[in-house]
Design a protein around this ligand. Structure first.
Ligand code: AMP
Length: 170
């Protein structure tokens, strides 16, 4: 199956100069959706039991739980500042302009747990790197970061010192 056919380019969204990769056509097609979750699950190392899959707000919350179900792992949301109700650990990270903050519940990961991080797009890598730092602060071990797609020309991979997997590379 050609997953590219289900990813739509939206020029100048959310601001001029950005080509937004819209995955809603992929989500709307049951075969493409299941294929995507199956393939991303198949990229996970077979010799390590993944304890938790982290999904990054918000598009990581869609396929992340599908991967977790397939791996018989738990699902943990990492959210933007102020959204999680219990005590949190926070990390600040750089955006193109300025900074943002991501948070995780302090009890979401136990020391030594094996973690898979999932999001829809790897762009500059700042977001995924920040989530790797959160996992490390809680004593978890990131086994892999996996994405529906990588924008290779932005070299996000270089920021991550863990294995990276993706279905589609642009
Ligand atoms: P980055 O931190 O630069 O790797 O950006 C990754 C985050 O921003 C992910 O959560 C993506 O959902 C989102 N993102 C970045 N660039 C794009 C893009 N061109 N299209 C859709 N989402 C994007």
């Amino acid at each position: 199956m050609k997953i590219n056919d289900y990813i739509r380019d939206i020029p100048d969204f959310p601001k001029p100069g950005i080509v937004f990769k819209d995955i809603t056509p992929l989500l709307a097609d049951s075969k493409a959706l299941v294929y995507c979750a199956d393939r991303l699950t198949s990229f996970c190392p077979k010799d390590i039991k993944i304890d938790k899959v982290i999904g990054i707000e918000s598009r990581g919350f869609i396929i992340g739980p599908m991967i977790a179900e397939r791996l018989q792992a738990g699902f943990v949301p990492v959210r933007k500042k102020g959204k999680l109700p219990y005590r949190v650990k926070s990390v600040k990270y750089s955006l193109e302009y300025g900074e943002d903050t991501l948070e995780i519940h302090v009890d979401a990961i136990k020391p030594g747990e094996h973690i898979l991080i999932h999001d829809d797009v790897l762009a500059t890598g700042g977001t995924a790197k920040a989530v790797c730092d959160l996992v490390q602060q809680l004593g978890g071990v990131v086994v892999q970061c996996n994405f529906i797609m990588q924008l290779e020309f932005l070299n996000g991979n270089d920021k991550l010192d863990v294995p990276v997997a993706s279905l589609v590379d642009y």
